[in-house]
Design a protein around this ligand. Structure first.
Ligand code: F6P
Length: 361
């Protein structure tokens, strides 16, 4: 058999480890051929690919990024092209089918986030392609799986950064507001905030009150702690207020890009308290570099399982961690978002250790 693989959406630590796991399973276990399409769905539309042999994936377990490239702006059903100097959108889904047939593919493995996987579902249903999905996102905002790969690595990177930020905050007696990713969920902020002992964690699921945040800063002052680390998820918002938007992307189906809440919060805190305040936006550092041991194991398992799902013809499904197993679940579930519940036991446990969520509880 011949299997195609692509990585779509934002990159994420562990993508290469998934590719390696899938290719190794295909070549060693099944004696199948694998090719990788370049830059997500763009490579399928434009028929650009490279062979993925067992040797080609050697040394990938610990390598960040994706060797076949990715894109979070290319949707074959609404494909952007420059025609006569103007950006136009067209339905290029039949180009995808043509590429699939030209390569005589038996199946396609799509590794991506909710956007990429919902396109995969349409290609399955509307075009009859045999697709197996592997969900990825550092945001961990998917209810179908216990953890998404890349999340553990991102939490480790943020934790390490906050450990370092604390020492400089203490030396200068400053408030440091650290902004982390997560879109409209607070998983990265919650986990790394607990791991690093951040003093205030702001997450979208618990809107904050500026006054209560300041109370927490003053409470620390009275305890002789003249510094404070506020860890803000990019989707954090004040009670009754809205998220801070960095920019709107061209294609409305691709949504908005969040960013800037740390700057807003820092200015307000400084204005109210007079305490010297600085902002650190960790940004794409959270997605770069080598995956953690947990993610390498998870990714290897997901890659192998995706190939096993091809063998079992479990198309229209995706490989998910349901501890201790990797299970096949319908691709439809890729769109079901998981948010942090304010009633999650981790919230109460964090509060018990003295962490504030900026809500005064
Ligand atoms: O979904 C992953 C993610 O890293 C989000 O946490 C973040 O909001 C977004 O992608 C950033 O996207 P881009 O790489 O397009 O800036």
């Amino acid at each position: 058999m011949k299997i195609g693989i692509l990585t779509g959406g934002g990159d994420c630590p562990g993508l290469n480890a998934v590719i390696r796991g899938a290719v190794r399973a295909a070549t060693h276990k099944y004696k199948w051929e694998v090719i990788g399409f370049l830059n997500g769905y763009k490579g399928l539309v434009e028929n650009r690919s490279r062979p993925l042999t067992s040797a080609a994936v050697s040394g990938l377990l610990d390598r960040g990024g994706t060797i076949i490239g990715t894109s979070n702006v290319d949707n074959p059903f609404s494909f952007a092209e420059i025609v006569n100097g103007k950006r136009t959108l067209r339905d290029a889904s039949d180009d995808v089918v043509r590429t699939y047939k030209e390569h005589k593919l038996d199946a396609l493995i799509v590794v991506g986030g909710d956007g990429t996987l919902s396109i995969a579902l349409r290609l399955c249903k509307e075009k009859g392609l045999n697709i197996v999905g592997v969900p990825k996102t550092i945001d961990n905002d998917l209810s179908a799986t216990d953890y998404t790969f890349g999340f553990d690595t991102a939490v480790g990177i943020v934790t390490d950064a906050v450990d370092r930020i604390k020492t400089t905050a203490e030396s200068h007696e400053r408030v440091m507001v650290v902004e982390v990713m997560g879109r409209d969920t607070g998983w990265i902020a919650l986990f790394s905030g607990i791991a690093s002992g951040a003093h205030i964690i702001l997450i979208p699921e618990i809107p904050y009150d500026l006054g209560k945040m300041v109370e927490k800063i003053y409470e620390r002052e009275t305890l002789g702690k003249h510094f404070c680390v506020v860890l803000a998820a990019e989707g954090a918002k004040p009670i009754g207020g809205d998220v801070t938007v960095k920019r709107h992307v061209n294609d409305p189906s691709m949504g908005i890009r969040l960013g800037g809440v740390a700057n807003v919060v820092a200015k307000q805190v400084e204005d109210l308290t007079g305490i010297d305040t600085r902002v650190v936006t960790l940004g794409h550092v959270q997605r770069g570099g080598t995956p953690s041991a947990f993610d390498r194991i998870l990714c290897s398992r997901l890659g192998v399982c995706a190939m096993d799902m091809v063998a079992k013809k479990q198309f229209g499904m995706m490989a998910c961690l349901k501890t201790p197993e990797i299970k096949a679940v319908p691709l439809e579930q890729a769109a079901i978002n998981r948010k942090v519940s304010p009633d999650d036991p981790m919230i109460a446990e964090a509060r018990a250790t003295g962490i504030s969520f900026g809500d005064g509880l």
